[in-house]
Structures are given as C-alpha cells and as structure tokens.
Design a protein around this ligand. Structure first.
Ligand SMILES: Cc1cc2nc3c(=O)[nH]c(=O)nc-3n(C[C@H](O)[C@H](O)[C@H](O)COP(=O)(O)OP(=O)(O)OC[C@H]3O[C@@H](n4cnc5c(N)ncnc54)[C@H](O)[C@@H]3O)c2cc1C
Length: 387
C-alpha cells in the first residue's frame, strides 16, 4: 500500500490501529450483522478521542484535520468495518453540518451527548419525490409565533431508527432559496418515526412523518437561503462516504489475499494461478489510485474540499470499493459468499454508497459541469419555464 502519510499522521494511524485491534477486533463479525447503532463502540471511540476529530477544541473536538478523520476511518475499518460507521457518524455526517452552523446554545444542548457516543444524529434530506432532485423537497416549515410548524415526510435516513436528533432539510418558501434546515428531537409531538426497514446492506432506516409538528424557533439551524451553504459542507460528508467505501474494499482485498495464500486447489495455492494474480493487480490499481484522489480532496489547508475534487474522489472510491469487494467474493468462492466472512458484507455495504450521498451518475454530472465550466440544469426546459 502507498504510504504517503507524514510522520505525525503515521503515528496517529498506528495508535488508532492498536486501539482497534485491542478493543474492536472481537465481535467484528457480529457487529456487521447487527443493524442497531453500536453505542458501546461509540463510547469507546469517544473515550479514545475519535469523535469530533476535526472539530474545534472549544466545541469539545480534538482540533485535528479532515485527513486525521479519514485516517481514523481507514484504521478502524481495517479491523472492524461496521465500527467505521461510528467514526463517520461522529465526524462526517450531519454532525459536521451541525458543528459548522449551529449556534453556541444549540452546541451546548446537543454536542456533549453526540461527542460522548451517548446519542446519534440522523440526516433527513430525501423524500419520496425528492431523491437526486433534492431541491424538490416538499417538507415545509411555517412560522407561528415563537415556533415552527412542520409538515411532510422523509425517507432513507441513516441511523434514523436509533437517532435522538434529526437534522431536517425543509422549505420555508419556494425555490432553492426557500430551503433551510431545523433540528427535531425524537419524542416531539407530531413527529412519528416509522417501523425500521432494511437496506440490502442490513442497515435499517425509518420513514419520518411530521404532522403539524411544532418545534421551538431556537431549533432553526439555517433559515431560508441556507441550502447552498449546507451543500458545500456536504462535501465533507461525501469524503466520509468515500473513505468507508475504500476502506471496506481494502478490507475485502486483504481477506481475499490471505485466502489466496493458503487455500489450495489442484495442489497449489490460489495465488499461483495467473487468472487470480491479474485480478489482484487490477484491484490494487483501483484501490491505490482512488486513495490518491481521496487524499488530494481531503488535504485542504483551509475551508472545505472543492466540489470537483470531492466528486472525483467519491466516484473513484465508490467504484473501487465495490468492484474490489465484489472480486474478493469471487476469489474466495463459497467462503466469500458466506456470511461467516465479511467479504460479502463489504460488497453489500459498498454497493449502497454508490447511491447514497450523491449517486455516481449525479457526481458525473458534477464533474461534467466542471469540465465544461457551465451548469447543466437537469430539468426539462418546459418545467423550468413553468416555474
Ligand atoms: C445506504 C443509503 C444511505 C442513505 N442515507 C441517507 C440519509 O442519511 N439521509 C437522506 O436524506 N437520504 C439518505 N439516502 C438516500 C439517498 O440520498 C438517495 O437514495 C439518493 O439521493 C438517490 O435518490 P433516489 O433513491 O430517490 O433515486 P433517484 O433520484 O430516483 O435516482 C434513480 C437513478 O437515476 C439516476 N439519476 C437521477 N437523476 C439523474 C440525472 N440527472 N442524471 C443521471 N442519472 C440520474 C440516479 O443516479 C439513480 O441511479 C441514503 C441512501 C442509501 C442507499
């Protein structure tokens, strides 16, 4: 594996790996098949300073960098793939947007539990009629005195069955500029969390229903016009998704490599068959090239990663992660396809990240816009004219 980390980053990577081997290696298989958020792991990671790695110390974070958070995902996933979701939840997902834009009061209310691994936050962006076209979301907020009244529904939210806080994108008025976000706590009257439904990966999501749900005005995160700001912050979320894709591809690669060294057929270890050697060469090429793009996007010295670098990194990592995990299953034969090993889990998980957080097609649209230096509106001309 290419090691282009600085000395300090290498020392950090080694310490995270030692922690993972000591505390997360046992139970890695069971964790992967348990859809519940592993709060026990979250609390261990919190105690080790692995939640809020790149957040300011004044917010309860570690004052590290985005690269440190990526290194943490790589090292934790190398030992326990499922626990990498907890690193994501405590560093990249909606918690990152929250830290970026929340008021001091909101941070005081919610961050201590989130950063201690006692609670988890879920992002509500997607709706039944607003997926890739997320700006078509209909969930609405109406001001009523010192409250907002929310109506609408959300689907597919990661950790939604376990979350106690929800970052909900909604509309205060028409158009893209009418979109902003609020924070809704579990248990708020008018807010119902549906029965958990499984994805192919085994993860579960619950549909969220808001029926005249009243939340205090101080739960506003970003009001009208907030959407564009939040979407810039979403590039960080995408790098977390990219890192996990790549890390799970790497995990499956290492499993398959170990298997090919010891499994014998026709009197020889599998690694002696050229047909399989070439698969490994292709897999290494995919992993290493995607890693370079990921690191390039993450090594921003100030501000947020750019949309172009992020789109390329996510595309490369999503494709490499899935294709490598898929090949690992093939190389390991029946063992790879069995739920007694984690190769098939890595394949199922990496498949979902080609859809979540900006599908591969939507990212390619973004890359094309960068190439041609213009925005290509995906709506039909008639629909645009009618707006
Ligand atoms: C594992 C997982 C976790 C998720 N977590 C969350 C979460 O935490 N919070 C949340 O709000 N949502 C979440 N989602 C939902 C995710 O954001 C949406 O699934 C995604 O935006 C795609 O929307 P859709 O499923 O409605 O597909 P659609 O938008 O209906 O797209 C269907 C297909 O058409 C393609 N397509 C659509 N438009 C174009 C276009 N203009 N050009 C080319 N191709 C196009 C898409 O790429 C896709 O292949 C998650 C999804 C998954 C799978």
């Amino acid at each position: 594996m290419i090691d282009d980390l600085t000395e300090e980053q290498r020392a950090f990577a080694d310490s995270v790996r030692r922690f993972a081997e000591a505390h997360l290696a046992d139970g890695a298989l069971e964790r992967a098949h348990n859809p519940r958020f592993p709060f026990d792991v979250a609390q261990k990671l919190a105690a080790q300073g692995l939640l809020g790695i790149a957040f300011d110390e004044k917010d309860g974070g570690q004052g590290g960098t985005l690269m440190d958070s990526i290194i943490a995902i790589e090292q934790i996933a190398a030992v326990c793939p499922r626990s990498a979701d907890v690193v994501q939840a405590g560093n990249f997902g909606p918690i990152r947007t929250f830290v970026e834009y929340a008021s001091e009061e909101q941070k005081k209310r919610f961050l201590p539990d989130l950063l201690a691994g006692r609670s988890v936050i879920s992002l509500g962006m997607s709706e039944p009629d607003a997926g890739s076209a997320v700006t078509e979301l209909k969930t609405s907020a109406r001001k009523d005195g010192d409250h907002y009244v929310i109506n609408g529904t959300k689907i597919f939210g990661t950790h939604s069955p376990d979350a106690s806080l929800f970052l909900i994108y909604l509309r205060f008025g028409p158009g893209v500029n009418g979109i902003g976000s609020v924070l809704v706590e579990r248990g708020t009257p008018g807010f119902t969390i549906g029965k958990p439904s499984p994805f192919m990966s085994g993860e579960e999501w619950s549909q969220l229903y808001f029926e005249d749900c009243r939340i205090p005005a101080e739960n506003l995160l970003l009001g009208e016009g907030g959407f564009k700001k939040q979407i810039a912050g979403f590039n960080v979320e995408r790098l977390g998704n990219s890192s996990r894709s790549l890390a799970l591809g790497r995990y499956a690669f290492e499993l398959a490599k170990g298997h090919a060294l010891v499994r014998k057929q026709f009197g020889r270890p599998l690694c002696e068959f050229q047909g399989l050697q070439w698969k490994f060469a292709d897999m290494a090429l995919k992993l290493e090239s995607a890693r370079l793009l990921l690191y390039r996007a993450a090594r921003v010295t100030d501000g947020l990663p750019t949309a172009f670098d992020t789109a390329l990194a996510k595309l490369a990592c999503n494709q490499a992660g899935f294709e490598v995990a898929n090949e690992a299953v093939q190389i390991m034969g029946g063992t790879g396809y069995s739920q007694e090993a984690l190769a098939e889990y890595c394949m199922r998980r990496t498949r979902g990240w080609m859809i979540a957080g900006g599908s591969t097609e939507v990212l390619k649209n973004r890359v094309a816009e960068h190439i041609f230096e213009q925005r290509f509106d995906q709506r039909r001309v008639q629909a645009r004219a009618a707006e």
